[in-house]
Structure formats: C-alpha cells, structure tokens
Design a protein around this ligand. Structure first.
Ligand code: ZN
Length: 137
C-alpha cells in the first residue's frame, strides 16, 4: 500500500469523512493523502465498494450518516489499527484476529445453513485478501 504523489512525495493512508451530495456523510473512508501538496485520493482497493455504496443511495439521497467501516473490511481494519488502544498492536495481528473471527462466523453460518450470511462473510474475507493490508505501516 505504498504510493507516491504526483509531486514526488510519499502519500500516507488516512481515514477521512467524505460528504456526498451535501447530505450524506460517509465516515472512515480510507484515502491516500500527501502532506506536501494536500492532494488526496480514495484507495484503489475500496473504490469499487464506495461507488457501490453511493449507487445504492440513489439520485436524491436523504440526510444521513454512514460508517464505511461497517460495510468494508479494509476500512474496518484500518479503523481498528488507528484506535488509540491499538497503537502498539501490529496491524498484522489485528488482521489475523479479524480473519479468525470471520472464519468462526463462517462456520456458524454454514452450520445454520444460512447461505446469504455465509456469502456475506466470504465477501468480507475477500476484501481483506484484496487489500494486502499486511504491508500497511
Ligand atoms: Zn503531493
């Protein structure tokens, strides 16, 4: 997850609140930002999920507040990693912990024969593997 800005400086990952249509507040969206020129962009790995979320809102969304980390695993993990009490926990162990939690949930979903739930959990596991978050510093 290393990226350089067009001005040549390394960009760092932050969670930012994004306001859509002046009405919808989306919290904890992972973005790359450059401290030198203040350029920022949404992480490639979450772009698809973020646009799906915005599409779901429709053309004329009502005033609301959404936490992106509730629907996107990468945002969830970055949010966990930036919580103060987690400062000394390496991101790798947060990821590992979360993967174990999801695998437990998957077993439960399968034993309950809840196919929709199992599918949702698989999707979340996929979001983690897509993000190659282990390299996040
Ligand atoms: Zn820059």
């Amino acid at each position: 997850l290393e990226k350089y800005c067009s001005c040549g400086q390394p960009m760092s990952i932050r969670l930012r609140t994004v306001i859509f249509s002046n009405k919808v507040t989306i919290e904890n969206v992972p973005i790359f930002s450059c401290a030198a020129c203040e350029r920022s962009e949404v992480l490639q790995d979450v772009k698809e999920d973020l646009s799906a979320l915005i599409r779901q809102l429709g053309r004329n969304p009502g005033k609301q507040q959404i936490r992106f980390d509730e629907s996107n695993e990468l945002a969830y993990l970055l949010h966990e990693a930036t919580k103060r009490e987690r400062v000394h926990t390496p991101v790798e162990s947060i990821v590992k912990e979360r993967v174990n939690e999801l695998l437990d949930m998957l077993l439960l979903a399968q034993s309950l024969r809840d196919a929709a739930w199992a599918e949702e959990i698989r999707e979340r596991l996929l979001q983690i593997s897509k993000g190659s978050i282990a390299t996040y510093d």
